[in-house]
Design a binder for this molecule. Structure first.
Ligand code: 5GP
Length: 215
């Protein structure tokens, strides 16, 4: 069998839902299996972040130039900064039959389907709103105002949850990681992603049929 078509899996979720941790575990537990897209952003690097590893850090002018050149698969404004997924990177990998993971917010996630209609959209949530607030408070990295702001963004984002294909409840981390992996594995087996394999099987079968006629 030949290689199947690569798929794009998009993970979004509330701030504090643990989507970054799920991504990290997927990459560590299945080495070489997934490719993580690195986004461009106009937000300033946080302590410890490296250009080209967490993000490609850009000025507003550079980012707007990239938008006008059609360099993004999707882009959105979040909390006053631009974020965008590089189109070439994702396209090159999927063309080679490789699967790409995007960790992006909801506005951008819904745009991805315009270019990749078969993209798989997964939404990560903690088991309850109380658990979400506790996680944000527990992180200790945000002020009470920032926490209130993140929770109001979450309220808005919750209106779009049904637009996603799957809901991942991140209660137990290992279960959530396994759920995401299992969903992607099942999606990869869909016939629509295996058109080349189906065609190959058909044409080989035709050869047999011809052979029979000649024998
Ligand atoms: P942070 O600034 O905390 O790294 O990210 C803020 C939000 O932007 C997160 O929800 C993250 O998933 C989202 N994000 C990161 N990269 C992209 C991107 O390329 N496109 C979009 N639409 N959102 C992104």
């Amino acid at each position: 069998m030949m290689k199947r078509e690569g798929l794009v899996a998009v993970l979004s979720g509330f701030s504090g839902a643990g989507k970054g941790t799920i991504m990290k575990h997927l990459l560590e537990e299945y080495p070489g299996r997934y490719n993580l897209s690195i986004s461009a952003t106009t937000r300033k690097p946080r302590t410890g972040e490296v250009d080209g590893r967490e993000y490609f850090f850009k000025t507003k002018e550079e980012f707007e130039q990239m938008i006008s050149e059609g360099k993004f698969l999707e882009h959105a404004c979040f909390n006053g900064n631009y974020y965008g997924t590089p189109l070439d990177y994702v396209k090159n990998l999927t063309d080679q039959g490789k699967d790409v993971l995007l960790e992006i917010e909801v506005q951008g996630a819904l745009q991805v389907k315009k270019i990749f209609p078969d993209a798989v959209l997964l939404f990560v949530t903690p088991p309850s709103a109380d658990a979400l607030k506790e996680r944000l408070v527990g992180r200790g990295t945000e002020t009470p105002e920032e926490i209130a702001n993140r929770l109001s963004i979450s309220t808005r984002e919750s209106q779009l949850m049904e637009k996603y294909d799957y809901l991942i409840v991140n209660d137990d981390l290992e279960t959530a990681v396994q759920d995401v992996h299992d969903i992607i594995e099942s999606e990869a087996l869909k016939t629509l992603r295996n058109k080349a394999n189906i065609e190959e099987m058909r044409s080989e079968l035709k050869k047999f049929a011809k052979g029979e006629e000649n024998s």
